[in-house]
Ligand binder design. Structure first.
Ligand code: ADP
Length: 607
């Protein structure tokens, strides 16, 4: 039965070794198992030997498989577990080789100089076996010493493994080898000293070690099979994901790219190259990519990418690309940047999408919107006509009276030319004022496309205040401004922003005028910088806004005024939104309402 077990193990590990040729531990184990099977077979035959010579021959040749087992076990420990001192391994193997030499050169075998007779022995189950009796070979002590050397090697190796934190299963292999080898030494000693009547059963000591070694190796095989299964499953999943991703990328017509920042080389899929008009094999550097951009967009994109590389987060933006045939396409790009452990940028990767159609549609909408804005401006101008009349009245009256005075002077004989000169200068100054007023109002009437430019919001406020001050004074409403110094500029259309301010001021003056018991009231305009935005507040001392109305005042055609249109605030909100800003209203705790709007500060060039 034990021979069958050993041979099965030997074959099993031989097959594994044949499949996985580099795993020499399996060959070592296979050899150990085969040698143990032979030893068991020989010991069994020895117990049933018919005569002295037969037993002597068996006891002589059994040392050969023993030697193989011995060396294979040492190899297994060193090769598989990677522990054990080499010199101890060589010492144990050397001693065992010496034993083999003694076995074949002195006496009949290692144990006996001469076997004189066979002694029958009744063992378990009433079966009779024979054991050798005769003159002992004094060299036989080298045998147990070599086994003790093996034990020392294994113990030392197990200590090394324990210090390395080797698992309990592995230490179990070492303990089995140590324990059963010591048992073999003791058993041999007792039999040879004549204290124990027993046949030699050294092979039995190898069985548990063999099984423990096989268990460890088989466990590893099982684990690697399981890992291989898992790997295969995740590879399949990965492949599926790749296919899904490829499908999504081609369906969405995405340009996928990756920029090796260190070597300044950009990889892009075929679609990306086609979108940017770069031929298939051409090397793409960052400057080559910049070269494909519309010249007006290059500086801004470079500035944003530089900010990203300096640790300013991922880059997202829109820009135009000029294709080799002169066609202009719009793109939006979303990208992510990776840094190494020293926070140096390594690579940037992302996707670019052609949004030309969307942009064209948006531009058509803006044109449409411009027409509506024009209408709205005209409506507002209706309300401004009073202001205009007042505004022009004063310089025109001054011009008239100055011109009449000049006439009178010229009629006099003793007229002095220098006085006439002064009057003419006054006329010119008044004329200039009048044409300035007309110019500003013409600006509001024009139906130009929206012109974004860098603006100082304080200047916009000052311009509008000039325009309305006279009208408000006529209604006993004063206007105060608190303008923050060194405000960042904003990107916007001057005329549109003037329109927003005008509407808020006129609304405020309407609200103030509706409070009849107040003789003198004022409208305040404040500007400040709030983080990344410039904030403007127009406040009045009117009745404020009721909670019910607050929810509706920005809706088109909502008005509480008898002759109101209810379009002003909704248009203002649209205009501010088109500037990426916000417009909202709050009631002032001291009475009146405050209207706020914010616009993003334009920092880029200042950095
Ligand atoms: P209109 O001025 O033609 O009524 P708006 O859209 O400019 O249209 O204003 C809508 C409504 O919001 C006004 O009718 C008024 O009820 C309210 N409103 C606007 N500004 C103020 C303000 N400063 N104080 C109180 N209510 C205001």
């Amino acid at each position: 039965m034990l021979v069958a077990v050993s041979l099965t193990l030997a074959l099993q590990h031989l097959f594994i070794w044949l499949i996985q040729a580099r795993q020499w531990a399996h060959l070592a184990l296979s050899l150990t198992a085969l040698a143990v099977a032979i030893m068991i077979g020989m010991e069994y035959s020895g117990m049933r030997a018919a005569n002295v010579n037969q037993l002597a021959t068996i006891l002589r040749w059994v040392h050969l498989p023993f030697f193989v087992t011995f060396v294979a076990m040492i190899y297994f420990v060193r090769h598989y577990f990677g522990v054990g001192r080499l010199w101890l391994a060589w010492t144990a193997c050397g001693l065992r080789l010496f034993v083999l030499v003694i076995n074949f050169t002195t006496g009949q075998n290692l144990f006996f100089k001469e076997i004189t007779h066979l002694k029958p022995l009744v063992v378990f189950g009433g079966e009779t076996v024979v054991i050798a009796q005769g003159v002992l070979n004094p060299w036989y002590v080298i045998g147990p010493i070599s086994i003790l050397a093996l034990v020392v090697f294994v113990l030392d190796a197990s200590l090394m493994l324990w210090r390395k934190g080797g698992g309990a299963g592995r230490l179990f292999v070492f303990n089995s080898i140590t324990f059963f080898m010591l048992a073999a030494v003791v058993h041999l000693g007792l039999v040879n000293a004549g204290l124990l009547n027993s046949p030699y059963l050294v092979s039995l000591s190898f069985m548990p070690a063999l099984i423990a070694m096989s268990y460890t190796l088989s466990y590893d095989v099982m684990r690697s099979v399981k890992l291989a299964d898992q790997l295969q499953a995740s590879e399949t999943e990965l492949r599926k994901n790749e296919q899904r991703m490829a499908l999504a990328i081609s369906a969405a017509e995405l340009g996928v790219w990756e920029w090796d920042v260190v070597h300044d080389e950009i990889w892009s899929n075929d679609k990306g190259r086609a979108l940017f008009g770069i031929p298939g094999r051409e090397r793409i550097s960052f400057s080559r990519f910049l070269g494909t951009l519309h010249k007006d967009d290059r500086a801004l994109l470079k500035c944003r990418v530089d900010q990203s590389l300096a640790g300013g987060g991922d880059y997202e933006g829109e820009y135009r690309v000029v294709l080799p045939d002169g066609q202009i396409r719009w793109f939006t790009t979303h990208s992510h940047l990776e840094f190494d452990s020293h926070h140096c940028p390594l690579r940037m990767y992302g996707v670019s999408i052609d949004i030309t159609q969307r942009k064209q549609a948006a531009q058509a909408l803006i044109k449409q919107g411009n027409k509506q804005t024009h209408l709205a401006r005209a409506t507002l101008l209706g309300e401004l006509s009073m202001a205009l009349a007042h505004e022009l009245n004063q310089p025109l009256a001054a011009i008239l009276s100055n011109a009449q005075a000049a006439q009178r002077f010229l009629l006099r004989k003793e007229s002095q030319l220098c006085e006439v000169q002064e009057i003419l200068e006054d006329i010119i100054a008044d004329n200039k004022r009048a044409s300035e007023v007309i110019l500003r109002l013409r600006l509001l009437l024009r139906n130009d496309e929206v012109q974004y430019q860098r603006l100082d919001i304080n200047e916009v406020v000052a311009d509008v205040v000039k325009l309305v001050r006279f009208d408000l004074e006529g209604r006993h409403i004063s206007i105060t401004t608190t303008l923050a110094e060194q405000l960042p500029t904003v990107l916007g259309d001057q005329v549109l922003l003037q329109q927003v301010l005008l509407n808020l001021i006129l609304n405020g003056s309407d609200a103030a005028a509706s409070v009849s018991h107040v003789d003198q009231t004022s409208i305040s305009i404040r500007t400040c910088c709030d983080g990344n935005v410039v904030k403007v507040c127009v406040g009045d001392q009117g009745p404020g806004i009721t909670t019910k109305d607050m929810a509706h005042i920005f809706e088109p055609f909502f008005t509480t005024k008898p002759h109101g249109l209810g379009l002003g605030l909704s248009i203002c909100r649209t205009l501010i939104k088109s500037h990426n800003g916000q417009l909202w209203a709050e009631n002032n705790p001291d009475g009146g309402a405050n209207f706020y709007f914010t616009l993003p500060a334009y920092f880029c060039e200042r950095r």
